[in-house]
Design a protein around this ligand. Structure first.
Ligand SMILES: C[S@@+](CC[C@H](N)C(=O)[O-])C[C@H]1O[C@@H](n2cnc3c(N)ncnc32)[C@H](O)[C@@H]1O
Length: 202
């Protein structure tokens, strides 16, 4: 299942993203700010972390997990703390403030069971991306609620993955994410970043 990533592992971040710093810095901003705020130094677990390229942009105590030995080796070469494990089974030794899962939610064997597993060790929020043309947001929300994540914040992510935008255009794209028009764009392209968390229901 992860064999296809082996040849790409060594240069994953540099080849998967046209503008790695612009793309990953914005992803990190949303990891921090969407849903309950992540505070500096809090523990973050990044499931299917790839080469852990996101770690450098997060002011967090970061650990990555990936099922590809080559990706884990590439992460360690970047001095990123990474472990070899399947996201469906991995359980951190201590609860974490936030769990992340980017471009990998489809590796959950049973999505509802996976969300329940994540909810068991995640204190603050679970942040992941979602292609609404691939999954119905309502179905995902129902699975999150069943796992105890009764609140969900969604933000269109309009920084392109395979096209490097000049800074003013990237700034404009990010500003557009809060505009109602952004949701229309998602019918054709782009993904949501989602933060799932527990509300204050009594
Ligand atoms: C498209 S890459 C995304 C990597 C990184 N999250 C990013 O956004 O750049 C998918 C990653 O999922 C990993 N993966 C695939 N199945 C997995 C599983 N069952 N458990 C953990 N990692 C898995 C692959 O090895 C690969 O590194």
């Amino acid at each position: 299942m992860t064999d296809k990533y082996a040849p790409q592992a060594e240069h994953w971040t540099e080849t998967a993203y046209a503008d790695p710093a612009g793309y990953l810095a914005h992803r990190a901003e949303l990891v921090v700010s969407l849903g309950p705020r992540l505070e500096p130094g809090e523990r973050v677990l990044d499931l299917a972390c790839g080469d852990g390229g996101l770690a450098a942009f997060l002011p967090a105590d970061y650990v990555g997990v990936d099922a590809s030995p080559e990706m884990v080796a590439a992460a360690r070469l970047r001095s990123v703390d990474a472990e070899l494990a399947d996201l469906n089974e991995y359980e951190p030794p201590e609860p974490v403030a936030a769990t992340l899962c980017f471009r990998a939610i489809y590796y959950a064997r049973d999505r509802r069971a996976f969300f329940e597993h994540v909810a068991g060790y995640t204190e603050k929020k679970f942040v992941f991306d979602l292609n609404p043309r691939q999954y119905r947001v309502g179905d995902v929300r129902a699975d999150l609620e069943a796992a105890g994540f009764d609140r969900l914040e969604l933000r269109p992510f309009l920084v392109p993955q395979t096209l490097a935008l000049p800074r003013p255009l990237r700034t404009l794209a990010i500003a557009l994410e809060r505009n109602a028009l952004a949701r229309a764009l998602l019918q054709a392209r782009f993904t949501y970043v989602c933060a799932a968390f527990r509300g204050t229901k009594t």
